[in-house]
Design a protein around this ligand. Structure first.
Ligand code: HOC
Length: 378
């Protein structure tokens, strides 16, 4: 087997090991995928500043994210359908994150439920909420997160309706996966995946069991989202969330300075600068381009996390240089998971940690909390 030296190696392995429809769900974005490309290109365009003759023998990548210890400034992002990438995928992700010492976020649209993940881990994880039209159901999800002792609620703001993902439509992506002739032929070449996922107990949305008929046999995911997700969500709803959730609140999906100010005014503990990994408004600016503006506007009052195109420790360093406290990883997490299960998620985290540590040393940085714009050559 090829030696895995970077996230791209995990991505290529993932592509070989899981059905194309599932891989594409993670790998691709909405419409013409301009934003997904911009996320990567704008990160790549930032140059690092090489420094020499600085004693970097004593270094640390450790930090805190919303007050929680993190071995590296990274948290696992909420990703839908994670349990289809590997059997019990959310449990694998949460366990790997726990052992490595970084936060794990469980999506509302997960395959393993809140209770499944809580039962398989010992440290609190973060829960991501999509607000549904049925507010009582949304409230019940929050109550379940409280009962499971989740330590933060990540409220996603940028998916009131779904940006069209051409590839998912063309692939006929459904949950649980549908056995069309094309899918069956594809799956036949991935017997290990089929054994783990299709033969396993968890193949549909764990958190939604019993919620709506149709959630178990969706024609298209986007039509189901259109029926269920609440497009009327607005800033006044944050007060409602505050009433039902007593813990730390993280608002995800901020790209605009005006929105950032409104988010900070809610008193949220953190915001995530994000364009949903290029999966929502195609043509929106890259997250890294938005980051400095948002840091300027609200960095003095709110912790700022970053999400969008992070595929290496150098990307993490660049986001920190522009004012982020830490980064969320979605695709890099799913590639590791799909490639090698829990060990693959650990590998993703190890790769990011090692690259971050080496890049810190070569930019003359000892402590991750000391990273500033000075590590960039501008
Ligand atoms: C119905 C499953 O954040 C994404 C996710 C989840 C959206 C719901 C998908 O795909 O961007």
């Amino acid at each position: 087997m090829t030696t895995i030296t970077n996230i791209e190696d995990l991505r290529l392995l993932a592509r070989k090991r899981i059905p194309r429809a599932i891989f594409d769900y993670a790998d691709r974005g909405s419409y013409d995928e301009r934003t997904i490309s911009a996320n990567r290109a704008d990160l790549a365009a930032l140059a690092l500043r090489q420094r020499v003759m600085v004693d970097v023998s004593d270094r640390t990548t450790a930090t805190t994210l919303v007050g929680e210890d993190a071995a590296i400034p990274v948290a696992i992002a909420p990703t839908g359908l994670t349990g289809l990438f590997h059997g019990n995928g959310e449990i694998c992700g949460a366990r790997a994150a726990e052992a490595f010492g970084v936060p794990f976020t469980l999506s509302t649209m997960s395959i393993c439920s809140i209770e499944d993940v809580a039962g398989a881990t010992t440290k609190p994880f973060w829960f991501q909420l999509y607000v549904m039209r049925d507010r009582e159901f949304s409230k019940s999800l929050v109550e379940r997160a409280i009962a499971a002792k989740c330590s933060a609620l990540v409220l996603t703001l940028d998916l009131q309706i779904q940006g069209q993902r051409h590839r998912d439509l063309k692939n006929g992506l459904a949950v649980p996966p549908r056995l069309t002739l094309a899918n069956a032929l594809d799956i036949a070449t991935k017997p290990a995946w089929a054994l783990r996922v299709l033969m396993g107990r968890r193949r549909s949305f764990g958190n939604l069991a019993g919620f709506v008929s149709g959630a178990d046999s969706l024609t298209t995911l986007s039509s189901w989202i259109a029926q269920q997700f609440d497009p009327s969500l607005s800033w006044k709803d944050i007060e409602w969330v505050r009433k039902i959730w007593p813990g730390k609140l993280i608002l995800k999906g901020i790209l605009d300075v005006g929105d950032a100010r409104a988010a900070a005014a809610t008193g949220a503990d953190a915001v995530v600068v994000s364009n949903h990994g290029g999966r929502q408004l195609d043509g929106a600016i890259s997250s890294i381009k938005a980051l400095p503006r948002i840091v300027d506007a609200i960095g003095h009052q709110t912790e700022i996390l970053f999400d969008g195109g992070v595929q290496s420790g150098q990307d993490v360093l660049k986001a920190l240089a522009l004012g982020a406290r830490g980064c969320l990883i979605g695709k890099a997490f799913l590639y590791g998971l799909a490639a090698m299960g829990e060990a693959g998620v650990t590998r993703t985290l190890e790769l990011l940690a090692r690259e971050l540590d080496v890049s810190m040393a070569l930019t003359g940085t000892r402590h991750v909390r000391e990273v500033s714009a000075a590590v960039l050559d501008r």
